[in-house]
Design a protein around this ligand. Structure first.
Ligand SMILES: Nc1ncnc2c1ncn2[C@@H]1O[C@H](COP(=O)(O)OP(=O)(O)O)[C@@H](O)[C@H]1O
Ligand SMILES: Nc1ccn([C@H]2C[C@H](O)[C@@H](COP(=O)(O)OP(=O)(O)O)O2)c(=O)n1
Length: 280
């Protein structure tokens, strides 16, 4: 009996993927960095912000204004009922002339599905960004998202991930409360920050890259910066699971870093903590 228990325990211990929690304010580089870290290490990736954005889209599609307190119950019900799925497409490693493998330079892309519909671009529009913090402040909505995220995390733990039959060695998850609430025992916690003007420039470029037209929409650097700062303030001051740095998180300021640079810092730290150098 004891031997059986010990064997079960050691299997569970071996199976638990290495967890990397990445938190920080809006547009600090969390999802880009998290995806690339996952690609470099062969880990899975979960973007928790996408869940709050999907619930916001579901609410707005039903004309439920998230800032109206009388809609809280209906939005909470929607959060529990909505089926939300993520699929991250990682690029294959590159085979070098000397037969070694290296990580491709291309960025992985994450497709987001709400009740089977691909809403990847729709959830990034200005109107969703404007309302998402109000939705994310609703306690039952956070419970519903936590439940969904943990279910996905547990599937990855048992190998039922992305249709693959083997579980990955680790998991990278990004959001606002990953290190404090969702994965409080994460093996590595990172808190990304960057100057708000720099974040606004990067976010504006991204919106334009994704097809936004600043001449037609009310979109300039000041507008984007104000939206990021307003959202950060709401996320930091809400009662349930506010945005804050976990006491044991490593802080990384990306203002003067390249994307590769910030990914390198995190991968180095994972390798140090795992004691296993990974192939690049
Ligand atoms: N070090 C960097 N240098 C330049 N652009 C960056 C850097 N880090 C992130 N970005 C860009 O900034 C934008 C916001 O990053 P993103 O990963 O979406 O942030 P978050 O997930 O924190 O909101 C993206 O367009 C991303 O490509
Ligand atoms: N774990 C999380 C993730 C996101 N949120 C909320 C707070 C954010 O304003 C929204 C959207 O998050 P997302 O990471 O997609 O937003 P940005 O890419 O940083 O603009 O969701 C949260 O409260 N908790």
């Amino acid at each position: 009996m004891l031997a059986q228990t010990l064997r079960a325990y050691s299997t569970a211990a071996r199976r638990r993927p290495f967890q990397v929690a990445i938190d920080g304010p809006a547009a600090s580089g969390k999802s880009t960095t998290a995806k690339m870290v996952a690609q470099r290490l062969g880990f899975d990736y979960i973007d928790t912000g996408a869940f709050y954005r999907c619930v916001t889209l579901a609410a707005m599609s039903k004309n439920l204004d998230p800032s109206d307190p009388s809609n809280v119950q209906k939005i909470s019900d929607l959060a529990f009922q909505s089926r939300i799925g993520l699929k991250t497409i990682f690029a294959d490693p590159v085979l070098n002339a000397d037969k070694t493998l290296s990580t491709p330079a291309s960025l992985p892309t994450t497709r987001v599905f709400l009740d089977s519909k691909d809403v990847s671009l729709e959830i990034r529009t200005g109107s969703i960004s404007k309302h998402v913090s109000a939705v994310a402040a609703i306690g039952p909505v956070r419970e519903a998202v936590l439940q969904k995220v943990r279910e996905i995390g547990a599937r990855e733990d048992t190998g039922d991930n992305h249709g693959s039959d083997s579980s990955s060695a680790g998991l990278v998850m990004d959001g606002r409360d990953i290190g404090t609430v969702v994965l409080p025992k994460a093996d590595l916690k990172v808190f990304l920050v960057a100057d708000s003007r720099v974040r606004a420039m990067r976010r504006l470029e991204e919106l334009i890259r994704n097809g936004a037209d600043p001449s037609k929409e009310n979109l300039d650097l000041d507008v984007v910066q104000q939206d990021l700062e307003r959202r950060d303030e709401l996320d930091r001051t809400r009662k349930v699971s506010p945005l804050r740095k976990a006491a044991d998180a490593m802080e990384l300021d990306t203002s003067n870093l390249t994307i590769e640079g910030q990914v390198d810092e995190i991968v180095k730290e994972v390798e140090k903590r795992r004691g296993v150098p990974t192939q690049h």
